[in-house]
Design a protein around this ligand. Structure first.
Ligand code: ZN
Length: 336
């Protein structure tokens, strides 16, 4: 070993040693024992907003988790019933759940009596932890049986870990508290003056999405089945399943669609339908014509339904390539 090599390996060794014995490392070892006490910071207050006579929400301005927003990326919805408050999708961390509970306590003199989680993506259920801390372990947490199984299985810890990574540990301290009460398509929950009716349409955004109809208000809480100005994660979803679900949803007579991401309104399904038609139909045509994926992608980007939405769609540039590939695969599998 010459001097230069020696210095190099000594430096490498030195760096490793410093890392191994850095104060951060000893703190990290200590956290293994006291993990319950190590938590990411508090999330700043976001205001409650009334949508209809029984429906309230906390709006999330951002579409994706970052260290700055601490995972605040999913709308949190509350149904105000004579029996108490029902939470639909609890946010991405215990800190976000605690923030939401602070807002509820300012506005209402009633407890949370149930949670519904629309699907297994972590931004829709990791906040459950805060509600069982505040209202007890017996608080019923409803979801589709497939979602319950997924969160109790691999999706639960996977999402908890991913959320910590994406937020640079801001969500630390969040426990996986899965839903435990199964609800199938057509099930109804009555809470005094309010009826919540469940809709499941097969594979849409995931195989197990629930849409929650607030019957008396003609409001549908659609989770990630449709989004407003954000492109959905379609890794486990289906474009054709989504378009079919929109047909069924439109027949319910609801007038407001409240999504997990973006603004609620009368045109959310229409906005998302046109985006997905603009992605899927050119892929379908490409499969019919025997055109390669790259050419299909070019056609999608040129499609006016896609091109007109690209600029104000959150996550468009980073995700469109992948989601065109998924549409292409789905069209291929559909047998054209
Ligand atoms: Zn989702």
């Amino acid at each position: 070993m010459n001097r230069r090599q020696f210095l190099h390996s000594a430096a490498t060794f030195g760096a490793l040693t410093a890392a191994e014995f850095a104060p951060w490392q000893s703190i990290s070892a200590a956290t293994m024992e006291i993990s319950d006490f190590v938590r990411g910071p508090t999330v700043k207050d976001h205001p409650l907003r009334q949508i209809s006579s029984h429906v309230w929400m906390i709006f999330s301005p951002d579409g994706f988790p970052t260290p700055e927003n601490q995972g605040m990326m999913c709308n949190i919805t509350f149904v105000d019933t004579a029996k108490g408050l029902v939470v639909v999708d609890s946010g991405a961390s215990v800190q976000i759940g605690e923030m939401a509970i602070r807002q509820l306590k300012k506005a209402f003199k009633k407890p949370v009596i149930a949670i519904i989680n629309t699907h297994y993506h972590g931004d829709h259920w990791l906040g459950n932890h805060a509600y069982v801390d505040a209202y007890g372990d017996k608080l019923p947490r409803y979801s589709h049986p497939g979602t319950i199984k997924a969160i109790q299985g691999i999706q639960g810890n996977m999402w908890r870990t991913l959320m910590e990574q994406w937020t640079n540990q801001a969500t630390m301290g969040t426990r996986v508290v899965p839903p435990d009460q199964p609800l199938e398509n057509g099930a109804e929950l009555k809470f005094g003056d309010v009826t919540l009716r469940m809709h499941h349409f097969g594979t849409v955004h995931t195989p197990f999405d629930l849409c929650v109809e607030v019957v008396e208000d003609k409001v549908m809480l659609i989770g990630d089945v449709a989004m407003d100005r954000r492109i959905a994660n379609m890794d486990d979803g289906s474009y054709l399943g989504t378009l079919k679900a929109y047909d069924a949803l439109e027949k319910t007579g609801c007038t407001i669609w409240l999504p997990g991401h973006g603004e609620p309104g009368a045109d959310v399904l229409k906005w998302n339908r046109e985006l997905f038609e603009g992605i899927y139909r050119p892929c379908e045509q490409a499969i019919k014509n025997g055109t390669a994926l790259e050419e299909a992608k070019a056609q999608v980007l040129k499609d006016p339904r896609v091109a007109s939405r690209a600029r104000d769609t959150k996550g468009f540039d980073t995700n469109i390539g992948k989601y065109v590939s998924l549409a292409y695969l789905e069209a291929e599998a559909a047998g054209f």
